[in-house]
Structure formats: C-alpha cells, structure tokens
Design a protein. Sequence first.
Length: 95
Amino acid sequence: MHSEVVMDEQRLRTFKSGNSVALRLPKAMGVVEGEEMKIVPHADGSFSLWRVADDKAVFMALPGQLSAGFIAGTRGDIEQPERDWSRGDGTAAAA
C-alpha cells in the first residue's frame, strides 16, 4: 500500500464510457492499463481506491483506522451448543 503522497492533488472530471461513468487517472500515478483495482464507496459519499495486488496491505492497515468504540457496539460472545463432531456433520450434541 502506498501511503506517502508522491504527486500534487489533482482535480479530475468523470466522463461517460458506454453505460458507465469513468475517471481518467494521470499516468504519473503509476496505474497501468489493465491493472485490477478495487473501489469502495463510503456512507459520506467518498471513495477508497486501491490496487487488488495491495489487498493484504490495505486490510492490515485497517485496525489503525477504526475508531476506539468500533467493537463496543457488537454482539459480544455468543453461547453455542457443544458439537458432536464424531457424526461428521457437526450438529449439536443431544442434551
């Protein structure tokens, strides 16, 4: 993942390409034709864009980006019945 700024901010304009809306990326960004990218829209209307080849680095960088209370609203531990794995299907053991 590339976190340092390597060029000045640029203002880009979308354009119609077939049934899609496209965005031209300046060659100076180092993106090559045919390179697979991922884009994720956010609730605030912004987007994150990265190379698929950088998936692991992007994922590993996420914990530092989460707010301190991110986990606080989760369900916590969930009680689950014991499983009888000898049956091969992992169904709950009889009580």
